[in-house]
Design a binder for this molecule. Sequence first.
Ligand code: EPU
Length: 298
Amino acid sequence: MAEQMATLGAEWLPSEPLSGHTWLGVGGPADCVRIHDPLRMTEILDYLARQEVRWRFLGGGTNLLVVDEGVRDVVLCWGGESAAHPGLRFDGNRVEVAAGTNLGRTVTECAKRNLGGMEGLIGVPGTVGGALRMNAGAYGTQIGDRVRSLAILHGATGQVETAAIEEVHFEYRHTSFAPDDILLSAVLELPECPYAQIVERIKECNQKRRASQPVNERSAGCIFKNPPGHSAGRMIDELGLKGTRLGGAVISELHGNFIVNRYGATAADVLGLMDMIRERVSKTCKVELEEEVIVWRN
Ligand code: EPU
């Protein structure tokens, strides 16, 4: 496999601990393929299909919880940007962004060109591809609102399609992409705005986030979606659950909807806290919480 992947511009990483690929820092091993040339993705998928190898795609790993056993599927991930495939291409008030580009860098590079409308997303870790798939949002900005078109590789057929925004549904932390769709790039259209104003808003959002979210600890972002009309974090807070520890995982004292890996947690510790929260919220508040974090099980 290593040789074959090398000829396809990719790297074979056998039994790679996925804890090192997720922000939460938990999760067992999987065989990984690091892709350095996105244009060869179709060939790579074709090869894996012929070998009858099942795969999953890993983005920035910021909203992901991998179980302690790891996963049997091969895990595909992007290598870094390269000169041949730069992350961002500007054209007036539009920018084409490669899916593997860091989201924060995208926000600041746009700002430097007097393009705003992405400020709320500053401080949301991860890649543009991951943000698009989950329709990441914060402080009034949802990335889906800025998209004009997308290049999607359909995993099932290996075909690349350019989808106009009208063909994709972006909802609250949910999109209409199929599980085996791989996002390759997106064209965003952004409002023009003076750099100084954008920077001011970026500072504001950063301050709010630092005051209310555990940005310096390992987490997977908000664990549960906000149920309509409720804040999951506030409910968990009102139930007095902040600070609860299970093994190495703790419900953040700063924000109830974050579980942090403070003392070398396992995935089982985090999943245990999630079950406990769900049960308490269901029993006391009569609300069923839905996971926002993506959980990879076998
Ligand atoms: N609150 C508490 N206690 C807590 C947490 C929150 O009382 O422990 C209260 C806050 O004081 C506020 C209300 O609950 O009055 C809402 O809290 P906040 O503004 O922090 O927003 P949120 O609903 O908890 C959402 C997103 C975040 C996003 C922020 C800022 C979800 C699940 N969460 O949090 O997104 O950063 O708004 O826009 O939609 C994420 O998706 O991973 C995420 C972190």
